[in-house]
Design a protein around this ligand. Structure first.
Ligand SMILES: C[C@H](O)CC(=O)SCCNC(=O)CCNC(=O)[C@H](O)C(C)(C)COP(=O)(O)OP(=O)(O)OC[C@H]1O[C@@H](n2cnc3c(N)ncnc32)[C@H](O)[C@@H]1OP(=O)(O)O
Length: 708
């Protein structure tokens, strides 16, 4: 194996092919140490007068370049280290762009971040139409900005508004969309990719780069005033979305603006400066940690060396919202046949309609063809009886939260399915060990807890009870992954991990409400803190009745700190269930989308006078410290295996602010000692529900951290 990353091959037609293939890696990423090798090749090209054009391609099938090596960025010790990386990339790409002969990027697979910036420095970009081909600048999701000249080249190629959309969202465009955006010249089948790129390489140097804009878009972008409107709007949108918690987006806007107002040199300089600053921020460190954690988790079986069993056929019990969602991701994402069973036809029709809606949405967005939709739907079948299921590999039950009913399901499945069939329960509150008591093969019983809406929420908890076999765990983890989920394996116990930490946070919000803090003030405070929605909105969404059902289970299993405030019973007595029956903390009558007004009559029902006394930060802190403390208890009790799993679980399951990196990273940032002090001061004022976890106290005494 060659120890070189780049090779040069000049064809008889005078086209030189540069192939990038980082030795020993599954994916190409860019490192500053490659610069010398690339410069040597560029020197050779300049020297060779027979070369008429260059094609830049990858030697790894299905992987162009996934961006700069994130580990290299994480290793930066100072702002200047990161500034130099950005400057180095800009210079190298400028040298590539300055070649006298045309350069064409032939793209197959991910072309992201620095990879796209390299492609942008080429005269032409041709990409394959393969499903793996995606183009984008996802740096913002790492708390960064495109630091290889992307903030300057992208707006000049696709326009200001489109480039801001790409850079501020970090979204990845598929081949067709990339063509529409003017990002690539052509999308072609992989088999002819390099041939077409060769033809472009012989076309001559590209003269001018101009975005392909029409109508109002063109008009707006062609004047300084119009561009100012775009920047101002983007800035406002960013602040509303990020609540000022993420520094990268505003810096991205600044780079684009500077470059367009003051010229390329000023633009490159500000890009590198901001890039250097961002790499060293705690927000970027936290966001990078999520990338490292999820990449690591993709390789884990969830049960040591255990290997997953093959999965060919799935059954879903219950055609409700959860069952429908589970069947839908099984067919659509995992591409496995799923048989849905319900006691009555209407449930089955609902489940099918639900799945159809999901796939049809994708057809409307042109992410799928009608034929692909029909193929996905053909994987779903329905039944009201246990028939045609002898060979199913896994049954996911999503019926009512009733232990007797679940016991019956276990028995039915054992009687009708094969010896190897796994019984996975989507319970959100019942201990899996109790469900397994009805099983003659308890090693095949496991929990598989999805979050609603199933197709959107990325997390699942895989819950092993004491008797679950390692093979069952590994198979269930593999199944969840096929469905596009990030699974964390947790131990059995009331509320498992996610609902357990969420319950205490929600209870504290309820306590604050009963102390007279207004509904909007609470929701605003936690949204400002970084959660996607506030706790009161969340309770309305989840259902006040659902919360009321779970609380007593948690209280009896885990202790009085889980007791829901007694006054909440009055809400149910007033038939307030939340959004589902149009009656909760907010009003749901109006047709208008967006923010709903608070239903002020709720204060009367609860017997309180709303009167905001506490600051936003105190409101947020009181709820959040409860969540942090309980997360530590879960680690202490072995409910979660590691701080990493606890962080990913909270971010993907609840929307814990990603820029804080999860509860455990956030505790490290606060310091265990300072958290214990805050908890103790609340404990003195409000009682033992704030008593700090033993592990936290011990860590505070030893001045320890969860992460090195
Ligand atoms: C100066 C520049 O502007 C700065 C930058 O470019 S910052 C980087 C921007 N790029 C990104 O954020 C892309 C990050 N990568 C991804 O999103 C995904 O890996 C992907 C969509 C490319 C592929 O996903 P998937 O097929 O599921 O493969 P995945 O398991 O994630 O990755 C495969 C391998 O590539 C590695 N990898 C992918 N992108 C990487 C990156 N940018 N840096 C370091 N390693 C990377 C992964 O760690 C993994 O390594 P392993 O095989 O040793 O575990």
């Amino acid at each position: 194996m060659s120890d070189k990353t780049f090779s040069l091959d000049v064809g008889n037609d005078g086209v030189a092919i540069i192939t990038m293939d980082v030795p020993g890696e599954s994916m190409n990423t860019l490192r500053d140490s490659f610069a010398a090798e690339v410069r040597d090749l560029l020197g050779e090209i300049v020297q060779d007068s027979s070369i008429k054009g260059v094609v830049f391609t990858s030697g790894k099938p299905g992987s162009f370049i996934a961006g700069a090596d994130i580990a290299m960025l994480a290793a930066c010790k100072t702002t200047d280290d990161a500034y130099q990386i950005s400057r180095g990339a800009q210079q190298l790409f400028n040298e590539l762009a300055a070649l006298k002969v045309p350069v064409v990027a032939a793209i197959d697979g991910p072309c992201l971040g620095g990879g796209l910036e390299l492609a942008l420095a080429c005269d032409y970009r041709i990409c394959s139409d393969s499903a793996k081909t995606v183009l984008g600048v996802p740096e913002v999701q790492l708390g960064l900005l495109p630091g290889g000249g992307g903030t300057q080249r992208l707006p000049r190629l696709v326009g200001v508004a489109r480039s801001l959309d790409m850079m501020l969202s970090g979204r990845q465009l598929r081949a067709k969309q990339a063509k529409k955006f003017g990002l690539v010249e052509e999308t072609v089948p992989l088999s002819v990719l390099v041939d077409v790129a060769r033809e472009y390489a012989l076309k001559g140097k590209r003269k001018a780069v101009k975005p392909n804009l029409k109508g109002a878009e063109k008009l707006l972008e062609s004047t300084a005033f119009g561009r100012k409107v775009i920047f101002d709007q983007a800035g406002k949108k960013v602040l509303a979305k990020t609540q000022g918690n993420y520094p990268a987006p505003l810096k991205i806007i600044d780079c684009v603006r500077t470059g367009l107002e003051k010229g390329l040199d000023a633009g490159y300089e500000v890009e590198a400066r901001h890039f250097g600053e961002l790499v060293m921020t705690p927000e970027s460190e936290a966001l990078r940690s999520i990338f490292f954690a999820t990449t690591e988790m993709k390789k884990e079986s969830g049960a040591g060396d255990a290997k997953p069993l093959p999965l060919n056929k799935v059954m879903v019990l219950g055609g409700g919202l959860m069952g429908g969602g589970i069947a839908s991701v099984t067919a659509l994402k995992a591409k496995l046949p799923a048989r849905i069973k319900d006691i009555a036809e209407p449930g089955l029709q609902n489940a099918l309609a639900y799945s159809y809606k999901q796939v049809d949405k994708r057809v409307k967005k042109r992410q799928m063809t009608p034929a692909q939709r029909d193929k996905a739907m053909s994987l779903l079948s329905t039944t009201t009886r246990y028939d045609g299921i002898k060979d199913v590999d896994i049954v996911v039950e999503a019926v009512f939260e009733d232990l007797n009913l679940k016991h019956q399901m276990v028995k039915d499945v054992e009687a009708n399915c094969g010896e190897h069939t796994i019984f996975a329960s989507n319970t959100s509150s019942l201990p899996i060990g109790q469900i397994a008591e009805a099983a003659s093969r308890p090693d095949k019983v496991i929990g598989l807890h999805y979050f609603s809406p199933v197709e959107k929420m990325p997390l699942v908890e895989v819950i092993a009870h004491k008797g679950t076999s390692a093979e069952t765990i590994a198979t269930t983890v593999a199944f969840a992954r096929k469905q596009g989920k990030t699974p964390i394996v947790v131990q059995d116990g009331a509320g498992f991990y996610v609902n357990r930490i969420l319950a205490l946070y929600m209870n504290e919000a309820a306590n604050l409400l009963l102390d007279g803090e207004p509904v909007e003030a609470l929701d605003k405070a936690l949204v400002k803190f970084g959660f996607p929605v506030g706790p009161v909105t969340l309770l309305d969404e989840v259902g006040i009745d659902v919360g009321a059902k779970i609380s007593p289970i948690l209280e009896s299993e885990l202790g009085s700190r889980f007791a829901a405030p007694a006054a909440f019973a009055k809400l149910l007595a007033d038939d307030r269930k939340g959004r589902k029956n149009g009656k909760g903390f907010y009003q749901y009558g109006g047709k208008a989308k967006g923010k709903k007004p608070v239903d002020e009559s709720v204060y009367q029902v609860l017997g309180i006078q709303p009167q905001g006394r506490l600051s936003q930060s105190e409101l947020a802190e009181r709820c959040v410290v409860q969540m942090l403390n309980e997360a530590v208890r879960c680690l202490e009790e072995g409910i979660i295996a590691s701080p990493r799993d606890g962080d990913i679980g909270a971010i993907f399951g609840i929307g814990f602010p990603p820029f804080l990196g999860g509860p455990f990273r956030y505790i490290d940032r606060l310091g265990a000692k300072s958290l214990v002090e805050r908890l103790r001061s609340y404990q003195e004022r409000f009682g033992d529900r704030f008593a700090p976890a033993d592990k936290l106290v011990a860590m505070a005494e030893q001045d320890e951290r969860f992460y090195p």
